[in-house]
Structures are given as C-alpha cells and as structure tokens.
Design a binder for this molecule. Structure first.
Ligand SMILES: C[S@@+](CC[C@H](N)C(=O)[O-])C[C@H]1O[C@@H](n2cnc3c(N)ncnc32)[C@H](O)[C@@H]1O
Length: 289
C-alpha cells in the first residue's frame, strides 16, 4: 500500500470512529481491508481508496466496521463485575431507595457479553431488587455486533470464556450447536447504534457507565472529550467503570478514581466544556475537559 493511501485511510478512521493508528499499521489495514475490497469487486487497497474518495457511505461504514476490534467475553476481567455486585449496587440500592430505579449504560457493548453479564448479575440479586426498575442500555458503533448481541446466540467456545457453568445452565438454552441467552435476560437490555464521537446527551442520565476497552483505541484529545461528555450525563454519585488498560489519571479531572478499587471512578463535580464533534467535522480541540 502506498503512503498517501495509508494516510487517507488513517485519517478516515480517526474521523469516523476515533481509531488512532500509529504510522506503521499498514499490515493491519491490509489484512482487514483487502478481503473487504475483494468482496466489493475491487482488486487492491488503492482501488478501495478511490471508491471511498468517490463518497460511498455504505463502503465507509464497512471499512470502519472491519477495522474495529470486537474482542469481548463474559465477565471479562472479573474484578469490574465483583465491584458491580459488592460496591456499586449495594451503594446505589441505599442511595436510590426512594426512587427505586437505576440506569446503566454499556457504552461499547460489542456482541453483548458485557451487558448480559450485568443483566445476569442483576438477576442474581433479584431479591434485593424486587419492585425496582433497572434499565441497561447497550450501544456500539457497529451494527453487525449489535445484531449479534440482540440475538443473544453464542458458540460453545464463547460460553466457555468467562461464564460460570451455573449461570450457563440457569440463563441459557441450547439452540442447535449454539446457546441462546433466555428471553427474560435479553429483554433487560435495550440496544442502540451509537458512535461515541457523536453527541450522546439524548440517552439521558445514568447511574452506572461501563465504558471498557474502547477508549484505548483513541488518541488523548478524543478520550478527554469523551470523558467530559460522559461526566455530564452521569448522576453526581454515579460510577464509571473503565477497562484494565484505561484511566482518567493524567488526562482529566472530571472523574476521580476510587481508592483501592481499580477501574472504578466517580464524577468529581468539575464541569467540562467538551462538545461532540459533528460527523465528519474537524475534531474538537484538546482544551476544555
Ligand atoms: C474491544 S470491544 C470491547 C467490548 C466490551 N466493552 C469489553 O470490554 O469486552 C470494543 C468495541 O468498541 C466499539 N467501538 C469502536 N469505536 C467506537 C466508537 N467510536 N463508538 C462506539 N463504539 C465503538 C467496537 O465496535 C467494539 O465492539
């Protein structure tokens, strides 16, 4: 692939999904986009770039989706789900005792293992939650992963990754060679397509946000902007859960880490001036977190 084509794709991916590729990821682009180019009847990455320059929006979405990393599994990293059960929910059960409602956002849900891990955790606490309304909103940029999440169908391999056998038996049914999560657990999760680069204030206010293993792909400026906007839609006593390799420390003071609870953050009360970049517009400047 020639350098101008690589730079074109790098910029396109940064603008459309936030993906921040270093200068030496040509092999990654080739391995993910050549099959897509061939499927579209194009012989090379150069032909694909030409077609993208002609402005085919369907092809742009396919390129963006092909470059996303959708790796996920049930109860990934375990600790955040222990925190959910032992720290977050007990505290919110007290704090929301009058209103009896909790809203959770899973902000890059991939194929659903993360929101369904939360839904099963809630099912396991159903005695304490009798009479409560708990909403889980699961969003992702990729329509393809959302369709899989909605279907709640997983292979033997996928249910063997992180899911305790008792929960498999309790909450899944076999569907041919696959396993399907029961409809009552599926019904606890609402799915929506959403790009974190765009405005998400319309989702409403959340008590808990799981935003894990997605910001890691973005540059600092984009992370700061997203943290600023996340803080604005969270309850002041809400909880933000990040992935094991992600942190706000050194980037922004709109969230503060919880001592001794790795990956867990709360809004600090510092207000951000961050705004969503408009689709396709030049990205927001670093200042104003
Ligand atoms: C590695 S998966 C993480 C899934 C899950 N949160 C976990 O930790 O297991 C990253 C997900 O982020 C999504 N993603 C990438 N860029 C995004 C963006 N700009 N807005 C929303 N989702 C995005 C991808 O489609 C992918 O499903």
């Amino acid at each position: 692939m020639n350098q101008p084509d690589y730079e074109f794709l790098r910029k396109l991916l940064r603008d459309k999904s936030g993906l921040d590729l270093s200068a030496d990821k040509q092999y990654l682009i080739e391995s993910r986009l050549l099959p897509l180019a061939r499927k579209a009847g194009l012989a090379s990455i150069s032909d694909l770039v030409q077609k993208l320059k002609d402005g085919s929006s369907a092809l742009i979405s396919q390129v963006v989706e092909a470059m996303t990393t959708n790796e996920t599994f049930f109860f990934r990293d375990k600790v955040p789900f222990d925190h959910f059960r032992d720290v977050i929910m007990p505290e919110l059960l007290k704090a929301r005792a009058n209103r009896k409602s909790i809203r959770i956002w899973c902000a890059a849900c991939s194929t659903g293992q993360e929101p369904y891990s939360l839904a099963m955790s809630l099912k396991e606490m159903s005695a304490a939650l009798a009479g409560w309304r708990v909403e889980i909103v699961a969003t992702d940029l990729s329509q393809e992963v959302l369709e899989k999440s909605k279907a709640g169908l997983y292979s033997q391999f996928e249910v063997q990754r992180g899911l305790p056998i008792q929960l498999l038996v309790k909450y899944f049914k076999q569907a041919g060679e696959l396993w399907q999560i029961n409809s009552d657990v599926r019904g606890m999760v609402q799915h929506r397509q959403l790009n974190l680069l765009h405005d998400f204030s319309q989702l409403g206010t959340f008590d808990i946000v799981f935003c894990r293993n997605v910001l890691i792909y973005f540059d600092q400026e984009t992370k700061i902007n997203i943290f600023g906007r996340l803080a604005k839609l969270m309850e002041p006593d809400g909880f933000l859960v990040l992935g094991a390799a992600e942190t706000v420390v050194g980037l922004t003071d709109v969230f503060k880490p919880l001592a001794d609870r790795r990956g867990l953050y709360r809004p600090s009360g510092v207000v951000s001036t961050a705004k969503a970049p408009l689709p396709g517009a030049p990205r927001v400047a670093a200042a104003g977190n």
